[in-house]
Structure formats: structure tokens, C-alpha cells
Design a protein around this ligand. Structure first.
Ligand code: ATP
Ligand code: MG
Ligand code: FE
Length: 354
């Protein structure tokens, strides 16, 4: 099916068009420049930017794909999780298009779309797939039994997301915002072994009791690491020494990437998962990509990592998951659903409101 997807959960306005698992267009407009001076995304500014960008982005995507709205078989939109006001703009635009064209509308989970985008790079996803989702607001390991209706959470961060840790550490190091790309770049000039930062929660957590056996949880914690970086910087300053920014950035990044991949490997091997997808905006990180590849190879896990422009927020990922739901015979969501800023990852798409 020809599916048009709309994304507006944070600061990217995205419209993507796919035919099945073939990518036809992926237009993204970001309001990041407007948030830089505040050191974080300002929800109200993001919402207004979505309003300005929505129609031009839609037009450009249709042009790029060489199709018209009449050609489209179904519409898909991110209905959560994300910023409430930002989600509202995309959802309203999608509902308006659905009413105007009479096309079915599917309300899609943004996090699962970070996984579903994998079909655009290599076709149908393997059975018994693990998904390591590392993004601005989330760090999760999922078991995807069915991309369209059975996603299970095996573990998640108990405090900061990895992307947040990057942003906070970049601020501590005076590197500006957003922190991910700048730390990735500066870390290349530093020694990742210069400082041994703490690796939190290195063991899986047993969820059972003596009477009732249970599974493991594979959680992460990044707030201790952030504090350790702050203490480290203070130490150099108190001693009147120059802060070795590149070494700290590299050592911080090594600690983050080490714990993320180590826990993911444990989750896969203990659960018989032999295929892994790495997704989410932080999957743009060069060291995370490299170490995940290395460790998957060592554990006999086959890895799929979508290209960077499909890892950061975009509309094609929403269209891609929408197309999968359509092909699986999923019911359209109608036009009376509300955006859900804290939509759980286990809810792949919203059923119609009855
Ligand atoms: P979520 O998907 O959890 O709702 P989001 O949609 O805001 O969050 P994404 O767009 O998926 O997040 O990812 C954005 C995050 O990716 C930001 O925190 C950014 O700093 C981070 N990021 C981007 N490039 C890199 C990189 N090269 N290294 C590390 N982090 C990066
Ligand atoms: Mg973003
Ligand atoms: Fe995202």
C-alpha cells in the first residue's frame, strides 16, 4: 500500500511516503535552531514551528514521491509518546487530511516506528527480533514478536535516557546543545580509557522470588555517570588544571556505549534472540554503531542498523510502520482518538474509539 506518514512528536516536522517497504519520500523540517539558545526543546516553540512547517513539508514530500493525495491508500500519524502540543499539530493535520480525502488513518506509536523503519532498509524484519532503542527520551530493549501487535519491554533506563545524558554532559563540558553530535565528534580526539567512569546496573535484575521464578529485567541507569562527570570536571578545576574535555567526552561516551551494548547482549543471549535492530536518534552515534556491530558479531547476533537519516525522527518511519499495520489487516484508528504523550511502547497502534 501507498502510505503517507506524519511525525511531529518533538522538534522535527516529518512527512514520509512509502509503498510497502519501499521508501519514496522523506521530508524533514527541524526547529532545533530555535531551541539551541535555551539548551533544550521548548514545547511551545516546537508546536508553533510544526504549524508553520506542516503544509510545506507535506507538499514537498508529495512532490518528491511524485504522487498526489488521491493516490495515497492510507494515512499514518505519530499519536505518542512525545510533547503533547507538538503531537497535537501532527494529529490534527492527519485527521484533517483523513476527513478531506476519505482515506483511513492509523495512529502510530513513535517508539515502535523507530523499529518499524528497519523494513525500509532490507525488507521484512526477522522473527524473534530484539530492538535496542536509544533516543532522546528513551533507552529501551524490546522483544518484537510481531511488529504490528506484540512488542514486549525487556528493560529500560530507570532515570535519564542516553540522549539526555549526552545533553547534560555536553552542558557540563561547555559544549553546547544538542549534546549527542558534538560529543560524538569531540570524543574522536580524546582517549576513551583516560578516565574510568562508573558503569551503573551492570547485572540483570531477577524479577522472580524463591517461590515464584521470574524473568530478568535489563535496565540501565545514567544519572550516576552524569554526576561522576560533573565531579571529575570540578576536580580538575579545583586543582587549577585545564579540563581535558576531549578525554572526558571520549571516556563518558565509552561508559555509555559499553553499558548499553553489554545489557543488550545479555538480554539477547538470555532470551534466545538472534536478530537485533538498533534504532532511535542516538543510533546516529558512531561509537554506539561500531561497538554494537562488534559485540553482535562476537555473540552470533545478526544486526540491522538503519541509515542515520532514518534513525533520527522522520515521517518515513511512521509511514513504514503504518504500512506494516495496514498489510497485517490492522483496523484504522478513526478520527476521534487523542494524542497520548506517554503512550506505552507495548501499544503499537491505537484501535478505534468505540
Ligand atoms: P524519543 O524518540 O525518545 O521520543 P526524540 O524523538 O526526541 O526522543 P530522537 O530524534 O530519536 O529523539 O533522537 C534525538 C537524540 O539523539 C538527541 O538526544 C540527540 O542528542 C541524539 N543524537 C543525535 N545524534 C547523535 C550522535 N551522533 N551521538 C549521540 N547522540 C546523538
Ligand atoms: Mg529531535
Ligand atoms: Fe524519536
Amino acid at each position: 500500500p501507498l502510505v503517507l506518514g506524519i511525525e511531529s512528536s518533538c522538534d522535527e516536522t516529518g512527512v514520509g511516503i512509502v509503498r510497502g517497504d519501499e521508501l519514496l519520500a522523506n521530508t524533514v523540517s527541524s526547529s532545533m535552531d530555535e531551541h539551541v539558545r535555551f539548551g533544550g526543546v521548548i514545547p511551545e516553540i516546537a508546536s508553533r514551528a510544526h504549524l508553520d512547517a506542516m503544509i510545506p513539508t507535506l507538499r514537498q514530500a508529495l512532490d518528491e514521491a511524485g504522487v498526489t493525495l488521491e493516490d495515497i491508500d492510507a494515512l499514518a500519524v505519530t499519536s505518542g509518546p512525545g510533547l503533547a502540543g507538538a503531537l497535537m499539530v501532527g494529529v490534527c493535520a492527519a485527521k484533517a487530511l483523513a476527513v478531506a480525502t476519505g482515506k483511513p488513518l492509523y495512529a502510530i506509536n513513535h517508539l515502535v516506528a523507530h523499529v518499524g523503519v528497519g523494513v525500509l532498509d532490507g525488507g521484512t524484519l526477522p522473527q524473534n527480533l530484539g530492538a535496542l532503542l536509544v533516543s532522546g527520551g528513551h533507552t529501551e530493549i524490546l522483544r518484537v514478536k510481531s511488529l504490528t501487535d506484540d512488542v514486549e519491554l525487556l528493560g529500560a533506563t530507570i532515570d535519564d535516557a542516553a540522549g539526555e545524558a549526552y545533553d547534560k554532559v555536553a552542558r557540563i563540558l561547555g559544549l553546547g546543545y544538542p549534546g549527542g553530535p558534538v560529543i560524538d565528534r569531540i570524543a574522536r580526539e580524546g582517549n576513551p580509557k583516560a578516565i574510568r567512569f562508573p558503569r551503573g546496573l551492570s547485572q540483570p535484575k531477577y524479577m522472580g522470588t524463591a517461590e515464584q521464578p521470574g524473568p530478568h529485567r535489563y535496565d540501565w541507569s545514567f544519572s550516576g555517570l552524569k554526576t561522576a562527570v560533573a565531579r571529575c570536571v570540578e576536580g580538575f578545576e579545583a586543582a587549577g588544571q585545564q579540563v581535558p574535555v576531549a578525554d572526558i567526552a571520549a571516556s563518558f561516551q565509552e561508559a555509555v556505549v559499553d553499558v548499553i551494548t553489554a545489557k543488550a547482549m545479555l538480554a539477547c543471549t538470555e532470551n534466545g534472540i538472534s536478530n537485533l535492530l538498533l534504532g532511535g536518534g542516538v543510533a546516529a552515534n558512531s561509537r554506539l554503531r561500531a561497538l554494537t556491530e562488534e559485540r553482535c558479531a562476537a555473540h552470533g547476533i545478526s544486526l540491522r542498523v538503519p541509515p542515520i537519516r532514518l534513525c533520527t525522527d522522520n515521517g518515513a518511519m511512521v509511514a513504514a510502520l503504518g504500512a506494516q499495520v495496514v498489510m497485517a489487516g490492522g483496523e484504522p484508528s478513526g478520527i476521534t482518538f487523542a494524542p497520548d504523550s506517554s503512550m506505552p511502547v507495548t501499544s503499537v497502534h491505537l484501535p478505534p474509539v468505540r
